[in-house]
Design a binder for this molecule. Structure first.
Ligand code: ADP
Length: 386
């Protein structure tokens, strides 16, 4: 069985990004101008087919010089439209004085994430709550990653993709401004609403959060499916779909919220290959593990794993196995077991996502229809969220 044919990681980065001064532009808009280096043209991957504008090296063969954490680069950061023409993306520019930090929310790939008030963002409100991601003392490479993510997020707009408001680049740290999703990441949310969850009050176990019911799980899953349908319609392959990369807002609104493909708080979910590349192997199909082929169909596989995460209240897939054992299992065709109390119809959807042949896997639109049909047939549980 092939093990790690790609362990040798090459280093390349075919883009130069430069920030054109906001002052030269009308309104609060900065242009991030992406320049193609003729020697190192754009990566352009569409459904796993590497287009003529792709570099020789594989799409993941990138070392990014960020100091704190290793990153896998998604070549689709480099994609603008469906061709390799020199692109221009308009990223909203927010003034530092309009951002007022409130408290820390978490730690992200680029730096800390904070809750903040942001002024002059909404036409109807004087200020609004936002989540800001910071990038402190960036290296040049980290700055580039930051800018690429900003461009990517500016271009991706959908009800089930976290809303990106813009960047703040007048000084240090660099900041990205997002809509605030009150309940944080979906993995934490699932664990907090599982059978073992308890709330500590003054260090004492006091009450449970209330377990998620079947209709709520289906509701969560169908929203993520909607986000993936949108990404697929944009020919965008995410490559790191997992509950840790989704966010939960008011009324159990769920959105795909992370395109960074890297994590430190969830570092055990990634397998390090070579020096700097981390792969979320537990969410990856055989062809991604063996040949690093990432497609909409490999995103569908990951969606099947997300379903499994939802129905296990946030367990780590193959939690009982070490990374090399997981690779053996997946490449040999073993599937995750049906979660306890998970209806057969839903496990059948998971199995449909985990067909070995990518073309045999269920289509994400059909999956969403099935989830909605099941949801309609499921008694509604009391809403556990205010
Ligand atoms: P990165 O993409 O840089 O890795 P993350 O998106 O993982 O950063 O953010 C780290 C943590 O911060 C998340 O696990 C979540 O708890 C919190 N967080 C991130 N974005 C938001 C948001 N928009 N609203 C609320 N909490 C957020």
């Amino acid at each position: 069985m092939p093990k790690w044919p790609w362990v040798g990681i090459k280093s390349l980065c075919g883009l130069r990004l430069c920030l054109v001064g906001a002052a030269a532009l009308p309104g609060p808009v900065a242009v991030i101008n992406v320049e193609e280096d003729s020697a190192n043209p754009l990566h352009h991957v569409n459904h796993g087919i590497i287009s003529p504008c792709t570099l020789d090296a594989g799409p993941d063969s990138v070392e990014i010089g960020m100091n704190r954490i290793p990153v896998i680069e998604n070549p689709q950061y480099f994609r603008h439209g469906h061709n390799c023409n020199k692109p221009t993306t308009y990223v909203q520019h927010i003034k530092r004085r309009d951002i007022n930090l409130k408290r820390e929310l978490g730690e992200g790939a680029f730096g800390k994430v904070f809750l903040a008030d942001c002024y002059n963002l909404s036409l109807t409100k004087d200020k609004m709550l936002v989540a800001i991601k910071t990038l402190k003392d960036p290296t040049l490479a980290a700055r580039k990653d930051f800018q690429r993510e900003a461009e990517l997020l500016t271009n991706l707009q959908h009800d089930h993709i976290v809303k990106f408001y813009g960047v703040c680049v007048d000084g240090d740290p660099l900041i990205m401004v997002f809509e605030y999703m009150k309940h944080g990441d979906l993995n934490k949310f699932l664990r907090a609403h599982g059978p073992d969850a308890i709330i500590l009050v003054d260090g004492q176990p006091l009450q449970t959060n209330g377990e998620l019911g079947l209709s709520q799980m289906l509701h969560i899953a169908s929203q993520i499916a909607a986000g993936i349908i949108y990404l697929a319609s944009q020919h965008f392959v995410h490559r790191d779909l997992a509950t840790r990369n989704c966010l939960v807002g008011n009324g159990m609104l769920v959105k795909i919220g992370d395109f960074g493909m890297s994590r430190d708080i969830y570092s055990t979910d990634y397998y390090r290959v070579g020096g700097h590349t981390m792969l979320p192997i537990r969410w990856m199909p055989p062809e991604s593990i063996m040949y690093r082929k990432f497609t909409t169909e490999s995103d569908v596989w990951s969606f099947g794993v997300i379903l499994w995460e939802i129905f296990t209240y946030g367990k780590q897939p193959w939690f009982q196995l070490a990374n090399n054992e997981v690779i053996d299992c997946i490449t040999q065709g073993r599937a995750l077991e049906c979660p306890w109390l998970c209806p057969k119809e839903i496990y059948d959807i998971m199995l449909g996502c985990w067909q070995r042949e990518p073309q045999q896997r269920f289509n994400i639109k059909d999956i969403q229809k099935m989830l909605i049909t099941l949801m309609k047939a499921t008694p509604v549980y009391l809403d556990i969220l205010g």
